[in-house]
Design a binder for this molecule. Structure first.
Ligand code: PLP
Length: 391
């Protein structure tokens, strides 16, 4: 007999945190480790944004605020996101939370009952499966395939969707693949969602991190979709604000009311001064965001070229986010073994593709939100490691 509720028994740690802990243990023994495991910008939060947060603390903005967030920030987000999606949002559709994760978790809790099916990407961000399980839903994985540039496998999607499908989770640009779902695929998914009466959760946290001048299309903007789409976004990646904890969700008003109640009785509210920093991020100069995106693109090109120069590795050019997902199938070893040995033997911290679901077998995930020097060091060590592995 276990004393714990079943809903927590299947939960697992996120691979990135597990590898980080292991690399830190190795560093404590004096080993030098090159970190490409954690998905967060290496840039500092823009100074004007930090200054706005500090000023807010000094001005006494350290008390409770409404559970769904400061009205002024909700209004700003409604305006900005509306402009970006070509839609009109009202502030009452916007719910602020401490990071994007609550924006994934609480709408799922508000929608999913025991037995409801939820379609989600595999490989995909591990929180999707966890939140579906906690809500008592049935997780239905749809593979993302390299041959489709890691968009949804639409044949598998068509086979998976049915009348019990309550929610479809999309992530574009995606963690861990960097893939972007093209407009035609979104149109297909949107038509099916309407046929079967399903909601769509569109995780757009990497929406601004798109390369080669491309814009990432959103399913929310397609006809018939605003009433059934939950847009999840936040400040963590775009504004290098992972530790501030600030995100938001935009959804139909009736759902937002339920989500607000869940927030009321769980987190209470999101830090007030953090929201002041968020307002500055949205209204202040955007040059630093553009500069960060340009730098990520430079690093992307550098790491992709370096990986493809290693015999046996094949790496697609990701269109967004800050991850590469190289194919290492030719080495004939499980990804988890390769990732573990890369860390232990070569001092390169990377994640196994299987940390993101069974369909990640045969791949590694490397985060290139780090210096070119670290990337070059890792490429050199990987070249030696893989040469020895295939010898
Ligand atoms: N969604 C995806 C796809 C992510 O990769 C992450 C973080 O890595 C999040 C959501 C969570 O973002 P936040 O740190 O704002 O909660």
């Amino acid at each position: 007999m276990t004393p714990f509720a079943e809903r927590v028994l299947t939960l697992e740690a996120e691979g990135a945190y597990a590898v980080l802990a292991r690399s830190q243990a190795l560093e404590a023994q004096g080993r030098e480790i090159l970190h490409l495991e954690i998905g967060q910008p290496d840039f500092a939060t823009p100074a004007h944004v930090s200054a706005a947060g500090i000023k807010a603390i000094q001005a006494g903005q350290t008390r409770y605020n409404p559970p769904a967030g400061l009205p002024a920030l909700r209004q700003l987000i409604a305006r900005e996101a509306g402009r970006q999606h070509g839609l009109e949002f009202t502030p009452s559709q916007v719910v602020i939370g401490p990071g994007a994760k609550p924006g994934l978790f609480f709408p799922t809790l508000a929608l999913i009952q025991a037995g409801d099916e939820v379609i989600y990407p595999d490989p995909g961000f591990p929180t999707y499966q966890a939140m579906i399980a906690i809500a008592g839903g049935v997780p239905v994985a749809v593979p993302l395939r390299e041959e489709n540039k890691f968009s949804f496998d639409l044949k598998a999607f068509d086979a998976a969707i049915n009348r019990r499908t309550k929610l479809i989770v999309l992530n574009s640009p995606a963690n861990p693949t960097g893939g972007v779902i093209p407009l035609e695929d979104l149109q297909h998914i949107a038509a099916k969602a309407q046929d079967f009466g399903a909601w769509v959760m569109s995780d757009e946290i990497y929406g601004r991190l798109a390369y080669d001048g491309n814009q990432v299309p959103s399913i929310a903007s397609l006809p018939g979709m605003p009433d059934r789409t939950i847009i999840v976004d936040g400040f963590s990646k775009t504004y290098a604000m992972t530790g501030w904890r600030l995100g938001y969700t935009i959804m139909p008003e009736k759902l937002a009311e339920r989500v607000e109640l869940l927030l009321t009785h769980s987190i209470g509210c999101t830090a007030t001064f953090t929201q002041f920093a968020g307002m500055e991020a949205l209204t202040g100069p955007q040059e630093q965001v553009d500069a960060m995106v340009a730098e990520y693109q430079r690093r992307r090109d550098h790491i992709v070229a370096g990986l493809n120069a290693i015999p046996g590795i094949h790496c697609l050019i990701p269109q967004g986010a800050f991850y590469v997902f190289p194919n290492v199938k030719s080495f004939g070893r499980p990804s988890s073994e390769i990732a573990r040995r890369l860390l232990d033997e070569a001092g390169v911290a990377a994640l196994s593709g299987t940390d993101f679901g069974p369909n990640g077998e045969g791949y590694l995930r490397l985060c290139y939100a780090t210096s070119v020097r670290t990337i070059d060091g890792a490429l050199e060590k990987m070249a030696e490691f893989f040469q020895a592995l295939s010898a």
